[in-house]
Design a protein around this ligand. Structure first.
Ligand SMILES: Cc1cc2nc3c(=O)[nH]c(=O)nc-3n(C[C@H](O)[C@H](O)[C@H](O)COP(=O)(O)OP(=O)(O)OC[C@H]3O[C@@H](n4cnc5c(N)ncnc54)[C@H](O)[C@@H]3O)c2cc1C
Length: 393
């Protein structure tokens, strides 16, 4: 008999897209699962547009389909990406990555983050499990090899065999578990909005590393793109304060007419850029998934893709253990999960950070290196193939 307020097999902290996917992965099991989320249930049920357009790989689409979430996302919100080009400064040279023509498959599909959250929320709400405890944050977490006890902001205590933190890259639960992390605040922010424009995008994304700014243009519908402007944070805040007319003028100047005449098609959103790598992805009776484990720089569009595969890896191990009557927080199992995540995510995480360093530096050597790098990659099919495979996986 449990002496605490509530007892569960698993408590998940954070109902972001990764926490919700994990809960959905466990939904058909016999396990008793609770999800704790600081936001209200209304906000979860009506996830507002947050500017993020998530480029999903085919592996991620497969997972979302298995969870029953993919088909509930309206077709009008899925924008295929048939190519990407990378530009450097004022050079007209572009490095291109194209989807292989023979397969007819896109490089990825862009879906607004709010629609992914919405679809996963609907899946999670369909069944009796898991229990959603919204409007609460976690204020204390104690774990041992026997289990975990979580205290919520209203004083309620939950016990669980396993606590899983999915509460963002600045994860308070990770701190409470005593797990350190390399946290890099880059001093830059991404300012994002949708624009309608005259020029055609042909479903091709553009990443343009210009002097003192990076602009990404993602095709999100007929005549519409998501513009992502990376700037020093103080500069992004200055632009955020502009009225719409002034902001549009500023965008048009910064894009140097690449999309033709533009008009705003959404609110603006900013994200201070922070990358994180937790020192451990597990503790006794605890594990980290999603951004709480690894918070990627968005430039290579892989944070959620890695998060989705991390939750699947952990959920599959738990389901197997549960089916065979084994411990769902077995230290050896958590160790295998940690090792898998470290090995599978480290190359992309470090390659992304090197790319960011090279492309955000204004040093003449860095400028020369990126110019040479793009030319080299264009004439080295193997390099382009490896990068395309990394983007698609
Ligand atoms: C501009 C931008 C563009 C991106 N583009 C891409 C892309 O194209 N492809 C891609 O794969 N990834 C992309 N990403 C990354 C992706 O958005 C994240 O990897 C993903 O959202 C991580 O999901 P998560 O559920 O782990 O964390 P989050 O989305 O951060 O969700 C965490 C949840 O935990 C809750 N929470 C926090 N603290 C507590 C607490 N103490 N108690 C209870 N609840 C708590 C929060 O309210 C939130 O609901 C992008 C990110 C940004 C910023």
């Amino acid at each position: 008999m449990c002496s605490l307020n509530r007892c569960f097999d698993i408590v998940v902290v954070g109902a972001g897209p990764v926490g919700l996917s994990f809960a959905a992965s466990l939904a058909q099991s016999q396990l008793e699962v609770a999800v704790v989320e600081q936001n209200s249930i209304d906000r979860l049920a009506n996830a507002p547009f947050d500017g993020r357009e998530i480029a999903l790989t085919s592996a991620s689409i497969r997972i979302l389909r298995q969870l029953g979430a993919w088909d509930t996302i309206p077709a009008s919100e899925k924008s295929p990406l048939y190519g990407a080009r990378v530009l450097n400064g004022s050079s007209t040279f572009a490095l291109r990555f194209d989807a292989p023509r023979a397969s007819g498959e896109p490089l990825g599909i862009l879906v607004p983050n709010c629609h992914i959250r919405d679809a996963l929320f609907k899946v999670v709400r369909l069944g009796d499990e898991p229990l959603l405890l919204c409007g609460h944050s976690v204020v204390r977490a104690t774990t041992s090899h026997k289990g975990a006890v979580i205290t919520l902001s209203d004083g309620m205590q939950l016990s669980a065999r396993l606590v899983v933190a999915a509460d963002s890259r600045l994860s308070p639960t990770r701190d409470l578990l005593g797990i350190g992390a390399d946290i890099n605040r880059l001093g830059h922010s991404m300012l994002i909005c949708r624009v309608r424009h005259e020029g055609a995008h042909h479903q091709v994304a553009t990443e343009w590393f210009d002097h003192h700014q990076t602009i990404a243009m993602l095709p999100v519908g007929e005549g519409m793109s998501s513009l992502l402007l990376t700037l020093p944070s103080s500069e992004a805040d200055r632009l955020l304060a502009f009225n719409d007319d002034l902001f549009l003028l500023e965008l048009t100047n910064r894009c140097r007419g690449r999309l033709g005449k533009m008009e705003l098609a959404s609110n603006r959103h900013t994200y201070p850029l922070v990358t994180t790598w937790a020192h451990k992805f597990k503790a006794p009776s605890a594990a980290l998934i999603g951004d709480a484990a690894i918070g990627m720089h968005p430039v290579t569009a892989h944070g959620f893709n890695i998060g989705l595969s991390s939750q699947k890896q952990l959920a599959d191990a738990i389901l197997t253990a549960s089916r065979h009557g084994r411990d769902i927080a077995d230290p050896a199992m958590l160790h295998r999960y940690e090792r898998w995540l470290r090995l599978s995510a480290a190359p992309l995480y470090h390659a992304t950070n090197i790319l960011v360093g090279l492309y955000s530096s204004e040093q003449p050597v860095a400028r020369l290196a990126r110019h040479a790098g793009l030319r080299f990659a264009q004439h080295a099919p193997l390099v382009r193939h490896v990068i395309s495979a990394m983007l698609k996986r």
